[in-house]
Design a protein around this ligand. Structure first.
Ligand code: KIV
Length: 272
């Protein structure tokens, strides 16, 4: 269905709530560095997430747990230097907010001050209520993240769909309502049944952004390396690949190697 889109010269947290009200779906994509963020922003993506998935795709860790606050600030400041339009949200990494609300606020302030980001994202519901309150009270916009929360992967044990059972679905709905009541401006719903995403999205006035949450979310988010097919070993059902960059880049680089070896590169026109 095509919706007449309002022009947003700069996307703000308020624009996202407006988009939901107007029935315009929100596009969100990760970026972790300047060059990629330039492309993503120029393509009019509404929200750029400097996700702690940088731990996987940029640093090669198995989980998101090892990435540090300093490393997130480094990625976020590179992204901020690239953007003209998108709202930039930065993940508070594991270990930077769970122990107490004062630490959570200190971490959020460091992200905002040292990177120039526009908002932070935290994983969890009632258990992080006091931290969310404190960060919001300092004037920092907060996005929530429920469902599959990768920072808790060792508690879950697997990356399978969450909240399929009634009890977990009810807790997720309660957490979603709580995060909205506290003042979060949006909510990521990761890998939950489409029906539950629909229920939550209809209940809340703030936008929901799905990843593996189905078509009823108010927006969608993907990891940019997955969308472009730079990663190729990760094939969840929710992922639509728009390119096969793994193959295309590999071919381009092999061609370069053979041109160097055969002395075809550089040629007479490619030298001074
Ligand atoms: O870190 C990340 O990329 C995320 C998305 C999966 C939502 O949190």
């Amino acid at each position: 269905m095509s919706i007449a889109k309002k022009e947003y010269k700069r996307v703000t947290v308020k624009s996202l709530v407006d988009m939901k009200k107007n029935g315009e779906k929100i596009s969100m994509l990760t970026a972790y560095d300047y060059s990629m963020a330039k492309i993503v922003d120029a393509a009019q993506v509404d929200v750029i997430l400097v996700g702690d998935s940088a731990s996987n795709v940029m640093a090669g860790h198995e989980t998101t747990l090892p990435i540090t606050l300093d490393q997130m600030i480094y990625h976020a400041s590179s992204v901020i230097r690239a953007i003209d339009r998108a709202l930039v949200v930065v993940d508070l990494p594991f270990g930077s907010y769970q122990s107490d609300p004062k630490e959570a606020l200190r971490s959020a302030i460091r992200i905002m001050k040292e990177s120039g980001a526009h908002a932070v994202k935290l994983e969890g519901g009632a258990e992080i209520k006091e931290s969310v309150k404190r960060i919001l009270a300092a004037g920092i916009p907060v996005m929530g993240h429920l469902g599959l929360t990768p920072q808790s992967i060792y508690k879950f044990g697997t990356y399978t769909v969450r909240a399929k059972e009634e009890e977990e679905a009810e807790k997720l709905m309660d957490d979603a309502k709580l995060l909205e009541k506290l003042g979060c401006f949006g909510l990521v719903l990761e890998k939950i049944p489409a029906k539950l995403t629909k229920k939550v999205s209809e209940k809340l006035t703030i936008p929901t952004i799905g990843i593996g949450g189905g078509k009823h979310a108010d927006g969608q988010v993907l990891v940019v390396h997955d969308l472009l097919g730079m990663t190729h070993e990760f094939n969840p059902r929710f992922l639509r690949r728009y390119m096969n960059l793994y193959e295309e880049m590999g071919n381009a680089i092999s061609n370069y190697v053979s041109d160097v070896k055969s002395q075809d590169f550089p040629n007479d026109d490619e030298q001074y």
